[in-house]
Design a protein. Structure first.
Length: 189
């Protein structure tokens, strides 16, 4: 049986617990960048940069806006937009379980998306299309933005089950080209 590791990041910066808009198809940006460039980083470096931006730590403190599509991290800092390719075998997805408030979102904004349930513990179970359990009732804590960030293997379909205090949400997600990176539709009931 293959074993996979799923990386979860819990941001530490304090944000308001108000739901705000995410991107609904195009990367978020507060202004038009003056220059766009592409940089190549090792997969581990890209994943670290995503975590820093999501938690507003390290290099993430300097970022004006950042969004993550199925293949690129797009960052604007100091009026310059930089695009980073994501790992070829891993797919980033960010999940915001909710009770009452959510927002429409397809492309996750690391600097703008805000979920309802911040800094809360959840139990996650994730199963791939062949029945392999990727994560089995693991405790995960949402970040200050109310999201749980995960890296899953690409090109598969997953059943994600989120539990908290006797309430459950279950949804099928996929990690194919152009699939959503922002999952804001998992209402706990």
């Amino acid at each position: 049986m293959k074993r996979y590791s799923i990386v979860m990041f819990a941001p530490a910066a304090l944000l308001l617990a108000v739901v705000t808009a995410c991107s609904s198809g195009t990367p978020a940006a507060s202004h038009t960048p003056t220059k766009v460039s592409s940089l190549s980083l090792a997969p581990a470096q890209v994943k670290q940069l995503v975590q820093q931006i999501s938690s507003k730590q390290g290099e993430g403190k300097e970022v004006e806006s950042a969004s993550i599509t199925s293949y690129q991290l797009q960052v604007t800092a100091n009026g310059q937009q930089t695009q980073y390719d994501l790992p070829q075998d891993e797919y980033f997805v960010s999940i915001a379980p909710y009770l009452q408030q959510t927002h429409d979102c397809q492309i996750h904004s690391l600097t703008g998306c805000q979920g309802e349930l911040t800094n809360q513990e959840f139990v996650l179970t994730i199963t791939d299309s062949s029945g392999t359990i990727m994560m089995n009732q693991q405790k995960q804590v949402s970040g200050d933005n109310g999201f749980i960030d995960l890296w899953l293997p690409r090109n598969d379909t997953y059943t994600v089950k989120v539990e908290q205090d006797g309430k459950t949400a279950e949804q099928t997600i996929s990690t194919f080209a152009n699939d959503d990176t922002c999952i804001s539709t998992m209402q706990l009931s």
